[in-house]
Design a protein around this ligand. Sequence first.
Ligand code: 9MR
Length: 460
Amino acid sequence: MTTPRPGRLTAAIGGLAVAGLSVALALPAAAAGSTLQAAASESGRYFGTAIAANRLSDSTYTTIANREFNMITAENEMKMDATEPSQNQFSYGNGDRIVSWARQNGKQVRGHALAWHSQQPGWMQNMSGTSLRNAMLNHVTQVATHYKGQIYAWDVVNEAFADGSSGGRRDSNLQRTGNDWIEAAFRAARAADPAAKLCYNDYNTDNWSHAKTQGVYNMVRDFKSRGVPIDCVGFQAHFNSGNPVPSNYDTTLRNFAALGVDVQITELDIEGSGSSQAQQYQGVVQACLSVSRCTGITVWGVRDSDSWRASGTPLLFDGSGNKKAAYTSVLNQLNAGGTTTPNPTPTTPAPTPTTPPPTGGGSCTATYSEGQKWSDRFNGTVTIRANTNISGWQSTVTVRNPQRIIATWNGSPTWDSSGNVMTMRPSGSGALSAGQTTSFGFTVQHGGNWTWPSLTCTAS
Ligand code: 9MR
């Protein structure tokens, strides 16, 4: 709570793939986060993981996932084969389990993936032409409608570009329905869930000089120029020795962001071990932090043993759930902060909230103070003051639609069923003597509503 953020960080990361980045910070002093989500939240970003429904009964897994991450992607459970195993018969059991675990624990969800050439159900693999196009659009509409209002961002289309030097589309049954299949999918997703950000997601698009990266860039530029509804680009970021973190990663992210889309690192894993793996992870985090529209990072699993390529030990926790060197380097880099580029300026200046600072009653008082503001979200801090000696406290924070609390730090939150009322309790002992204070913080995605949250404080 008291560790000041360094006023200036000069990248001294010799041998790092993203060497040469010099990051000058102009951020206010803030607490160092002790978890990935808390550290990422300090700059308004999220830190996520892929979750597999069949591991939700493993308490080592859920304990780490709940503590460290605040954005959840279903690793396989929302894919086309999982959600529509027979045509027009939808199956949401495992996807719903992941969403409800995420929401119970105050986390947001990335939806993955609505349309993809791979992991299609058998019935779809055999289709072509107009019937396939219509079946794909129906799938996008049905699944996005089922999860309407619960998804931060959808990977609307996944992996539609070819590897290699062509820079063009990948051949697939969907591509053969016509080059406009991607924009048709985005339009259907927007109609079904207007609140979700809509992303194009792919791999091997990290290196700015690769033809595939350029192909995706040109498509996004074209979509923006023609008003096709696209809000974000996902970079899967599956790295290994044959496909290392490129030295121009920050350039790639910055150039895409300059098209007017958010960028997100969506499936990060880096094969390897020890300090070499740790340095590559640090480089990816640093690249994201250097781009204001890089809104968050998701790793593709919790422990090495949970990974789709477990033998490459590509994640941040070992098979026993211990933090690896890569974890520490990611946490430290998140705490070092970043963002040299200014945050996007809102088209209209952010109005100053007019609601007076609310206070609670009892023998403790909760007071709100404003933190950083961005075009789409703001940070707030609640200071709890003990009016008498107290042995514990809890504080409710109520936000107003369409506001959503998307991250918290320095406390243990629970949520009511509406998602609007968060009850925050101290992570450790809540004992305070008369006159003593403590504080917790959160990020609100405001959706245009800048009203301050209302607060209560109850002492015990
Ligand atoms: O991690 C996923 C693994 O469990 C599945 O067997 C595999 C099937 O295609 O998909 C993996 O996740 C992929 C993701 O959906 C898209 N990008 C590549 C990921 C790794 O293959």
